[in-house]
Design a protein around this ligand. Structure first.
Ligand code: GLU
Length: 314
């Protein structure tokens, strides 16, 4: 049985870009007769709020994008809020630690940036942080000094990860060169996105991940984590992004394109019809329900390039 998911971060009201991702994730899983899971990625306590999560669920229901399992519905893989899964992440961090794949890092953001920006004419480094080469005794000594708590980083190998995205095609990345040792736990103890999303997709049995192309370059790190943790990675499908007319990515700042404003101007069918037209699923921006698009859905119809939003349409 195929299992897909929508995994929004409840840090504000959904906007048109999130809605397009949600629609494509929903159509993809409904088209193959699979199960849809809704997971709230509310890891960041400063940005995420329960009221946004509730609003997100109401907006999805209003649009007719239902889910079979997850937030508010429950299911066999509870809890479906990342903020309630820290014990699960801790167990996985312990496993990575036993494999010697993570290390504590005391660098500040500014130090990391300075280390990764090469001087003119120099090659980028191998992505490792100076903290990676500390001896066990040096680490212990630093842990004892009571300076600010370290973050945890994955020690990535000099290896190229190659995979075929279900929509974008082949993609490759040399972990050490292109991304370097990445964060798996912040210094305040909050699990980092890359680890949480990998663990959750694995434990929730997700077989198809549909999400915005801004996350394409995160995928090699996640595939590597799946492998090191002994899991089978899902298939990935990265969707085009919606851009404003000046080429910027749409963001939560565009208040007139958030669901609060859109719900005042359109019916769900009008909104879905316009989006379906933009992504090549309809010839005309005519009203349609999400359910009516399931049969005709195909990744071949979806553009590969990002989509510039004709402002007059919304
Ligand atoms: N929570 C992420 C976001 O809202 C998406 C994560 C994912 O789909 O892998 O941007």
């Amino acid at each position: 049985m195929e299992r897909g998911r929508f995994a929004p971060s409840p840090s504000g009201r959904m906007h048109l870009g999130n809605l397009m991702t949600a629609l494509l994730a929903w159509l993809d899983v409904r088209h193959v007769g699979g199960t849809m899971v809704l997971r709230m990625e509310d890891l960041d306590p400063e940005r995420c709020r329960e009221e946004y999560a509730v609003q997100l669920a109401r907006d999805l229901q209003w649009l007719g994008l239902d889910w079979d399992e997850g937030y508010e519905r429950g299911g066999p893989h509870e809890p479906y809020r990342q903020s309630e899964r820290s014990g699960i992440y801790r167990q996985h961090l312990e496993k990575l630690e036993m494999q010697g794949l993570i290390y504590p890092c005391w660098c500040t953001r500014a130090q990391r940036l300075a280390a990764s920006a090469p001087h003119p004419g120099e090659q980028r480094g191998d992505g490792a942080c100076p903290c990676r080469s500390l001896t066990a005794a040096e680490r212990e000594a630093r842990l004892q000094t009571g300076e600010r708590p370290p973050s945890l980083r994955a020690a990535v190998p000099a290896e190229e990860i190659v995979f075929v995205d279900g929509h974008c095609g082949p993609y490759r990345e040399a972990l050490a060169r292109d991304c370097g040792d990445f964060l798996v736990r912040r210094s305040d103890g909050v699990c980092a996105y890359q680890l949480a999303v990998t663990v959750d997709d694995a434990l929730m049995g997700i077989t198809r991940v549909v999400r915005g192309r801004d996350l394409l370059s995160s995928t090699p790190r996640q595939i590597w984590l799946h492998r090191e943790l002994g899991y089978e990675p899902p298939r990935y499908f990265h969707t085009p992004l919606l851009l404003a007319e000046d080429g910027r990515r749409l963001s939560k700042r565009e208040k007139d394109l958030d669901l609060g404003a859109l719900r005042q101007r359109f019916t769900p069918e009008e909104l879905i019809g316009r989006l379906a037209f933009l992504v090549g699923l309809l010839d005309q921006p005519a009203p349609v329900s999400a359910g009516e698009l399931i049969k005709e859905f195909s990744w071949e119809k979806i553009p590969k390039q990002d989509i510039v939003l004709p402002k007059e349409m919304f």
